[in-house]
Design a protein around this ligand. Sequence first.
Ligand code: FE2
Ligand code: FE2
Length: 241
Amino acid sequence: MFTLLQLSDCHLSADPEARYRGENPDANLKRLLPACRALSPDGLILSGDVSEDASPESYRRIADLLRDLAPNRAWLPGNHDERDVMAEHLGTDYDAGPLLKWGGWEIVLLDSARPDDPRGHLDQDRLAPLASLSGQAPALAFIHHQPIPVHAPWIDKYGMIEPDLLWQRLDAHTIKAIGFGHVHQAFVGQHQGITCLSAPSTVANSQAETERFTPDPTGPKARWYRLRVDGAWSTGLISAG
Ligand SMILES: [Fe+2]
Ligand SMILES: [Fe+2]
């Protein structure tokens, strides 16, 4: 069994004392780490908005902090990230995919981010990694933006611009689930027989399905997946405790 940990929306800045929605991103991520380590993850995926300001310092700091968390580490960008800066400063210890073969599964990383727009962007180039799935192994996809609405107007207005481009390319026989970030809240849904799962933020979350961002007092969170080679899987959230 392969344990995958998804950390999302860490929003670190160059200045480690900078605040994000009134919280300290470094401190909240560090508060979450004991629960992350207790899972003994085999793989780590950073699903975007790793940085708030796309600074080299923020990427270098998180790379150092998380390097020993899991033997396999990968990332995809969010709308606050800059892909080239991220690639350079996360370095070769972190894999940009777009296809990972972990634990007998195929995991495809899709890039929906554009630094000049908080909404999700898709086109045939961004979706091309889906063609690399063999169809012979159970698969997951990860993307920063929500592929379906999460019923929270404050963040659904910054959802995927043309989600149908994605959904035309997905089928439930190959993709078991699609994991995302961006929404800063817990969410589980289904579309076309595929489970859609958010990872809440490691710094600041909203209560689910609210009109405006409404701080969730239960603190930073992460999502885990347990993947069996026969295609069975389970998932859940962890908190800082
Ligand atoms: Fe975010
Ligand atoms: Fe985002």
